[in-house]
Ligand binder design. Structure first.
Ligand code: FAQ
Length: 311
């Protein structure tokens, strides 16, 4: 009976238990998870493009193999996440359709261009750094398949973040031109990285319910602050600056204060009017169309195997 099932669900959440695919769950909980996990999966897949742009032009064989491995990890993350979403009753092909039709969201961050090699450093250091801050608490999300996928993803993201830091460290201790290239990349990625955490708490329509359901454990602003506090000392260690004149330690709060984020830019990117939105979707669409023969071959092969097993 419905109310009994709801009471059981509420008790699981209250006791820090895990909700599993076969458990009863409120429809709105299911819908929110499909939205968030789907968006997260799409972000990983679209997120392969800005870095994929540099695989053929990496400055050495070593850098190239590291970058290829990182981009492959992102494909893997996308696949675990699509699988986690599928346990909620949606299939991957539907989610892919929504992405290439432009009706599904993916992270705003992947709509910015990567004109220089230093962007590979800035993405690893800042974008993966922000991803870790946001995702470590998701390892404790109430939905089992999502939380478990996050454990492995976070381990890989930590490694990605270190490799980005190391690219920037090398550049900032190189020639004047290399240091300037590193600084320019950091200047361009800093503010978009802060936008990854989502709108301010007062304008975040999903936060209160997602926190009550223990999908989210901290608010958008809390995680953004955590990221700023973690990153400022790392920038000092790199010998690079962050492009915010208002950034300073606040003794009373025990946190860094920082300047106003340009929310107009964020909203524009979400509406599809960021610098690379069209390119990202067009590339994803053509990759999907060019892969049609692989999907077809795989399903014919699977059907043949099943037939043989039945014979
Ligand atoms: N971009 O009410 P809220 C990665 C949307 S890391 C685009 O606050 P919520 C790793 C939001 O969906 C990046 N849309 O929403 C990597 C909602 O849409 P609605 C991916 C955004 O869900 C690194 C509306 O605005 N990480 O890929 C953004 O409670 C390097 C209202 O917002 C995740 O997805 C945004 N930045 O909180 C890969 C983490 N922010 O309702 C390659 C999991 C908000 O209109 C290279 N997701 N929106 O459909 C989350 O933690 C949450 O979904 C938030 C948003 C925190 C992103």
């Amino acid at each position: 009976d419905h109310t009994e099932a709801q009471a059981e669900f509420d008790a699981q959440i209250a006791a820090e238990g895990r909700i599993e695919p076969r458990d009863w769950m409120p429809e709105a909980y299911r819908k929110t998870l499909i939205r968030q996990i789907g968006q997260h999966a799409h972000s990983e897949i679209i997120g392969m493009q800005p870095e994929g742009n540099w695989i053929t032009r990496a400055p050495s064989l070593k850098r190239k193999s590291i970058l290829m491995a990182k981009v492959q990890d992102e494909a893997g993350h996308g696949l675990y996440l699509y699988s986690a979403a599928e346990t909620l009753g949606i299939d991957r092909s539907t989610m892919t359709e929504q992405l290439i039709e432009g009706t599904a969201r993916y992270s705003s961050i992947f709509n910015y261009p990567t004109p220089t090699w230093a962007d590979m450093g800035a993405i690893g250091w800042l974008v993966d750094g922000a991803a870790i801050c946001n995702q470590v608490p998701l390892c404790r999300a109430s939905y089992g398949p999502y939380a478990r996928a996050m454990v492995r993803i976070c381990k890989e993201e930590s490694f990605h973040q270190r490799q980005g830091f190391e690219i920037l460290y090398e550049l900032s201790h190189g020639t004047e031109a290399q240091k300037a290239m590193a600084q320019d990349a950091v200047n361009r990625w800093w503010w978009p990285s802060l936008m990854m955490f989502g709108p301010p708490d007062a304008e975040s329509p999903n936060s209160a319910q997602s926190m009550a359901w223990k999908i989210k454990r901290f608010s958008n602003d809390e995680l953004r602050q955590r990221f700023v506090d973690m990153t400022v000392p790392q920038a000092e260690h790199l010998g690079l600056t962050l492009p915010d004149p208002d950034l300073k330690w606040n003794e009373e709060r025990g946190h860094y204060d920082f300047g106003e984020i340009d929310w107009t830019e964020f909203k524009e990117v979400l509406k599809g009017r960021g610098p690379c939105n069209h390119l990202r979707i067009a590339n994803r669409k053509s990759a999907h169309e060019n892969g049609a023969w692989v999907r077809e071959a795989a399903s014919v092969y699977a059907a043949k195997q099943a037939q043989r097993a039945a014979d």
